[in-house]
Design a protein around this ligand. Structure first.
Ligand SMILES: [Cu+2]
Length: 153
């Protein structure tokens, strides 16, 4: 009798563990991050930094609406644009990704702007990014800090 109870309890626990294990990778979140990196700070006093992610949306169109990171006080979505021959950065409220589409952030395009770095970004470090999507919800990813010009090649 006792053994049976233990077996039942174990079976329930295994089932729960299986459900929990499936949850993050499952297509409940239809977003797959394919690349994530940040640029090292060029100077020790740097207050801001940039990170870039590439991702694919499996399924319906989605919208990236917010970003955050423990590496900075504030993070936001930016886009670099050319205005009269000068590169300027614009804040964007959200980035739409079409059904089965991709988003590739890169220098000169969309990026994650981090303002108020808690410490300078050093090459080889990892920073956690949390991306919030309208449908997929929060997706966390670790971005590796590359060189000061990472992403240019
Ligand atoms: Cu920016």
């Amino acid at each position: 009798m006792r053994k049976t109870l233990i077996e039942v309890a174990a079976a329930i626990l295994l089932t729960l563990a299986a459900i929990l294990a499936l949850a993050p990778g499952a297509s409940a979140s239809g977003v797959m991050i394919t690349k994530a990196y940040a640029r090292a700070s060029a100077t020790p006093g740097a207050q801001s930094g940039a990170a870039y992610v590439s991702l694919m949306v499996h399924g319906d169109a989605d919208r990236l609406v917010a970003v955050s990171t423990p590496a900075a006080k504030m993070a936001g979505l930016h886009k670099s644009v050319l205005v009269d021959g000068v590169v300027k950065m614009e804040h964007v409220d959200a980035i739409d990704i079409p059904a089965h589409g991709r988003l590739q952030m890169k220098p000169g395009g969309y990026h994650i702007m981090m303002m108020g770095l808690t410490q300078p970004l050093k090459e080889g470090d990892e920073i956690e990014l949390t991306l919030t999507f309208e449908k997929a919800g929060e997706v966390k990813v670790n971005a590796t800090v590359g060189g000061v010009a990472a992403g240019m090649n």
